[in-house]
Design a protein around this ligand. Structure first.
Ligand code: ASP
Length: 302
């Protein structure tokens, strides 16, 4: 089986000053993830490696760099799902945590549950001695500036920052999907988007493959986006299916949405309806890993 890593840096509308960093960040994360695959890591481990790197990268709306809630705080959502036994782990509304994906993976590995939220997730993390917590761990000037501008009405508040996600196919033929986010800028405290919700924000299945979504969580949830894609993709052209689904989910309101997917046969898709989406794809070549990627714009855009 030819392994593949696909990483996204969010279906967003980030300002051009962040584009270069987003492209470099997704590339770095995808390559690091792929290198781990090459030394025997599972799809699950490799997906967490990618997301963890992106959480530390201030260019993205996850971990350090996450956007703020309406009251100027931080609440993180993250999730991981693996195909071979359909196990998933997720956390939602966790305050000021830099590495929410580590908590999500611990939910998968060490609890009988799928999703822990808020105070319960916090207590679970403390009991296990995991997670880097505190405003200093996640606050950035970028997030502050965006918050201030949104509060002043100087920018759209629908989806101004860039969530992160990864899908991986390992050499055993197993897949995994993972994601981490600060959510949407000025979200109501307690609001949970698609990212930690199995079926909508991510999905992984032995026969169908893995997918991870990004964009306005409310519309992604309404369409159970990742599960929908994987059900429709198997007998179709993955890229065409993903593009059609993004158009449908984006809808008349033109909500920003995006998705990445990998199939068990190694085919993959990267699609979005938003101003841009940074992404990177890595697979093996004759002389080492082949990396593709960049700042994708919608089909037909210049
Ligand atoms: N999907 C995330 C949410 O709604 C945000 C994003 O992907 O940018 O929380």
């Amino acid at each position: 089986m030819r392994p593949v890593v696909v990483v996204h840096g969010g279906a967003g509308t980030a300002t051009p000053d962040l584009h270069e960093a987003a492209v470099a960040g997704t590339r770095r994360a995808a390559l690091a993830s792929f290198e781990r695959l090459m030394v025997g890591a599972s799809a699950q481990e490799a997906a967490v490696v990618a997301v963890r790197i992106l959480e530390d990268d201030e260019a993205f709306n996850a971990g350090r760099g996450a956007c703020m809630t309406a009251d100027g705080r931080f609440e993180m959502d993250a999730a991981i799902m693996r195909s071979h036994d359909l196990r998933a782990g997720a956390v939602a509304s966790v305050p000021e945590v830099r590495d929410a994906i580590v908590l999500a993976e611990a939910v998968l590995e060490h609890t009988p549950h799928v999703l822990l939220a808020g105070e319960g997730a916090l207590r679970f993390a403390r009991a296990r001695g995991i997670g880097h917590f505190g405003r200093d761990e996640v606050w950035t000037q970028k997030a502050q500036d965006r918050f201030d501008a949104a509060v002043a009405g100087a920018m759209r508040k629908d989806n101004r920052a860039d969530t992160v996600g990864a899908v991986v196919l390992d050499s055993m033929g197993n897949t995994a999907a993972a994601g981490s986010t600060g959510g949407v800028l000025l979200k109501m405290p307690g609001r949970v988007g698609d990212t930690p919700q199995v079926g909508a924000g991510l999905y992984a299945h032995p026969e169908l493959g893995a997918a991870a979504a990004t964009g306005v969580g409310e519309v992604i949830l309404q369409h159970v986006m990742c599960h929908s894609l994987l059900l429709s993709i198997a007998n179709d052209d993955p890229q065409a299916s993903a593009e059609a689904l993004c158009r449908r989910v984006s809808g008349r309101n033109r909500s920003a949405v995006g998705i990445i997917a990998v199939l068990p046969d190694g085919r993959f898709a990267v699609a979005h309806e938003s101003d841009h989406m940074a992404y990177a794809v890595v697979h093996p070549g004759p002389d080492g890993p082949i990396v593709a990627g960049g700042l994708r714009r919608p089909a037909g855009a210049c």
